[in-house]
Design a protein around this ligand. Structure first.
Ligand code: TYD
Ligand code: MG
Length: 463
């Protein structure tokens, strides 16, 4: 008998090594490498299968008949918007998020809404027993709908059940980490199993025309647990996010083969489940102290995702010989640079002041684009003049004091506008950048322009 081929697969990034190691060389994580039987995994094929000769497939021209991707609409606007206008039939969608953030709640509400609109929905729960799911459905007032429930984790059993039933419009799998397949030898929850399970469900979606929504857990780094390769296999990837202690949740698209990826859906978690938030700005601005000097909203990007965060600065006369510089959530050297530019080019004297800088919500910013927001917050705190509450800031500051353009300006502005902001202070923008009617922009070419404006309490428009 042939010796089974073993390989060692990192459970974090999916990279394969020939031997066990304590640390994955590709993603740098410790203790993530697990021995798996690769012969039974994806690409291994059924054991003992003979080599099959390929079958020629038709070659087609680019032009020809096509149809608009047919979509099923949940009428939950925030969800439909995040998906680019509804769920495309035959597509596979991955929804990631921290445990307890409300993924199961969102999908149960979506299932109920779709069912009320006449679509057939199957909800496969691998994490909770039928009774638990029923309890939640009752709480969400979804129990009276025709959503069909299955508590199952074996992929082959799920597919067999779906083949028996009337073809559903939507299948929800909660979650991919509980899926396991007879075809893969590894333990449930390993990369090989998750990949095999997702691949089987994606194939089902394409073959049957039913849409499949897969729930995925997120690791502490904020990535969908298991290999990134799962994200490549599906048509759309959404993240369901929220901040600790807050009730708002954001459904954010990071990949969508059938729509834009800069849309977000905003919800609020309450006693009766998730409520759509039509005007998110109220929610976000409500938690800020608009009158306080020293707070600036930075329109940032997290990878491909736009995020708005508040940067808070406190500048106070120092009693120490060497003033304090404390930073949370940003680069210390970067702060030193902005302070130096403010001193050298703008005449802002901070040498006798303690400076504290904090990024609200425990965020960490790594972008130089935050320079301008930091400078605005610092000057505002020093001068005691609050910044306009509906204004966002972004731009990189160079040592000469000039403000340089940053990437994704249009995306930042779009996110800011979506969240209710109406002014932006930004670098001189390229002429082809799309401008929105509702947003007014103040272009700063050099830092002294900003300082002069902040000191009189102005934002993008004249106060
Ligand atoms: P859940 O959907 O189970 O999260 P996930 O599937 O992402 O792990 O949501 C669980 C949390 O949501 C839990 O902390 C309780 C809260 N919740 C409410 O506040 N109201 C509700 O109506 C429901 C159903 C849940
Ligand atoms: Mg859940």
């Amino acid at each position: 008998m042939a010796k089974p081929k073993l390989s060692f697969i990192c459970q974090n990034c999916g990279s394969v090594t020939a031997r066990w190691q304590g640390k994955c060389e590709s993603c740098g994580e410790w203790n993530t490498i697990v021995e798996e039987n690769s012969a039974g995994g994806i690409g291994g094929g059924p054991q003992g299968a003979s080599r099959r000769r390929g079958r020629p497939s038709a070659l087609l021209p680019l032009s020809g008949e096509m149809e608009e991707a047919p979509r099923i609409i949940s009428k939950i606007d925030e969800l439909d918007r995040a998906l680019g206008g509804g769920i495309v039939r035959g597509s596979a969608i991955l929804i990631g998020g921290d445990p307890g953030i409300g993924k199961s709640t969102l999908l149960m509400q979506a299932a109920a809404a779709l069912s009320r609109n006449g679509h057939s929905v199957v909800y496969v729960s691998g994490e909770e027993a039928v009774a638990q799911v029923r309890l939640r459905a009752q709480r969400l007032k979804a129990a009276d709908t025709d959503v069909q429930l299955m508590a199952e984790t074996n992929v082959e059993d799920i597919l067999a059940t779906l083949a028996e039933a009337r073809r559903p419009d939507l299948v929800i799998i909660d979650s991919i980490q509980t899926l396991w397949s007879d075809m893969a030898d590894s333990a449930p929850g390993t990369v090989t199993q998750v990949r095999a399970g997702v691949q089987a469900m994606v194939r089902f979606a394409k073959a049957s025309g039913a849409a499949v929504i897969l729930v995925g857990h997120v690791t502490k780094e904020g990535q969908i647990a298991g290999p990134r390769v799962v994200e490549h296999m599906v048509d759309a990837v959404l993240y369901f996010e929220g901040e600790g202690g807050h009730h708002y949740r954001i459904l954010r698209t990071v990949k969508n083969r059938f729509g834009p990826t800069d849309e977000i859906g905003v919800f609020e978690m309450g006693d009766l489940g998730l409520r759509e938030v039509q005007n998110p700005s109220e929610l976000f601005l409500g938690e800020r102290n608009e009158k306080a000097p020293g707070a600036a909203v930075f329109a940032g990007m997290e990878g491909t995702r736009p995020v708005l965060v508040e940067i808070q600065a406190l500048v106070a006369p120092s009693a120490l010989g060497t003033p304090r510089r404390a930073v949370l959530g940003w680069d210390q050297p970067r702060l030193a640079m902005v302070l130096a530019v403010l001193e050298a080019h703008c005449g802002v004297r901070l040498g006798q002041h303690d400076v504290y800088l904090n990024v609200a919500g425990g965020f960490r910013i790594s972008e130089p684009a935050a320079d301008l927001a930091v400078a605005a917050a610092l000057v505002s705190s020093l001068s005691g003049a609050p910044l306009p509450s509906d204004c966002v800031y972004f731009g990189e500051i160079s040592l000469s004091g000039s403000v340089r353009p940053v990437a994704h300006a249009a995306q930042r502005l779009k996110e800011a506008e979506k969240l209710g902001f109406r002014q932006a202070v930004l670098p001189s923008a390229p002429a082809d950048m799309p401008r929105s009617r509702d947003m007014s922009g103040f272009e700063v070419e050099a830092l002294p322009d900003l300082v002069a404006r902040v000191a009189v309490g102005g934002g993008a428009t004249d106060a």
